[in-house]
Design a protein around this ligand. Structure first.
Ligand code: UDP
Ligand code: MG
Length: 311
């Protein structure tokens, strides 16, 4: 049997309307990349619609299609991991099912990596047209913050859509963490990456699975997975408040001793207590978040459970 050259991993969650369109693009692509054996790995992340039936029918038509079905929804990160683990190709691509990651870029990505000069050809969106302004604003702020406080430098607009060499994929698989933040992991493992830019493309069919809130939680996840700066921040905040308290105590003592001023005020005391209490809870909250993550890591649970997969 011919060795697989490129594996394309497609995480799918309720993507039944998009998959036929995507597969049509794959067929076009195949005529552009003749002589290169490609396998398609559809990872169904517990879809509630007909996604699995669509994938099954693709498997019947095309021997290059493989699949992994999860027992429930485990999230896109888990789906990417399952795909990487199942992949056999010398090069591996991660691509969304909704055609927001243009398949026609693939020959270019492949050309950039195949000679071994680069280990990764990654893509970034240069515009965010069609996206709510507030969402773009927070996304940008997140990338800036992330680059400052962690050693995973994420390029603004970076997508998960990328083509990687086998050695980079093996490096990614060697990271066994439970809380997986792929964008950070891709950057953390290093290797030479060449960036390709494109204009934002709107979803071909179906709907996005991310609300503002889920994206916000995801960004916190990213920060905590790749940086311990929030813990430092909590400690520094504590120190600053100790200093302020010390100065205030000195002022109060001096006022009483020198000017015989009576200590004034229940309200001021109350507000200070509440303020400090708030700060303490905030700091404990940060510590608690890290503890929770550690707890989940030590449980050593699998990242996903497979219900069914093709050979
Ligand atoms: N996805 C997934 N599991 C999830 C959510 C999303 O596998 O829990 C897949 C989804 O099917 C798509 C990709 O991840 O192929 C990106 O999702 P989506 O298009 O909803 O995100 P957006 O492009 O809006 O960021
Ligand atoms: Mg999308």
């Amino acid at each position: 049997m011919q060795e697989t050259e490129v594996s394309i991993i497609i995480p799918c969650y309720d993507e039944a309307p998009a998959l036929p369109l995507l597969y049509a693009e794959f067929l076009k692509l195949r005529s552009l990349m003749t002589g290169i054996s490609i396998e398609y790995i559809f990872v169904d992340d517990g879809s509630r619609d007909e996604t699995r039936d669509v994938i099954r029918s693709l498997v019947k038509q095309d021997s290059c299609v493989r699949y992994v079905f999860f027992s429930r929804n485990f999230g896109k990160e888990a789906a990417i991991l399952a795909g990487l683990e199942a992949s056999q190709g010398k090069f591996v691509v991660v691509m969304d099912a909704d055609l927001q990651d243009p398949p026609e870029l693939l020959p270019e990505l492949y050309a950039a990596v195949k000679d071994g000069e680069y280990d990764c050809a990654a893509t970034r969106r240069v515009s965010r047209k069609g996206e709510p302004a507030i969402r773009s604003f927070f996304a940008r702020a997140f990338y800036r913050l992330m680059s400052r406080i962690s050693d995973a430098h994420i390029v603004d607009g970076a997508r998960d859509y990328r083509l990687m060499s086998r050695r980079m994929v093996d490096a990614i698989l060697s990271l066994k963490e439970y809380n997986r933040f792929s964008k950070g992991i891709f950057s953390w493992v290093g290797f030479e990456t060449r960036w390709f830019s494109y204009e934002n493309i709107e979803r071909a069919a179906g709907e996005t699975k991310w609300s503002f809130w889920t994206l916000f939680l995801y960004s916190l996840e990213g920060i905590m997975a790749f940086s311990t700066v929030p813990l430092v921040f909590a400690s520094v905040l504590g120190m600053v408040f100790c200093l302020v308290a010390f100065v205030t105590i000195c002022v109060v003592i001096a006022k009483t001793v020198i000017w015989g001023d009576p200590v004034s005020g229940y309200p001021s005391l109350m507000s200070v207590i509440l303020f400090i209490g708030g700060i303490q809870l905030f700091a404990i909250g940060i510590v608690g978040q890290y503890l929770a993550k550690t707890y989940l890591e030590t449980k050593n649970r699998p990242v996903y459970i497979v219900q069914e997969k093709s050979i």
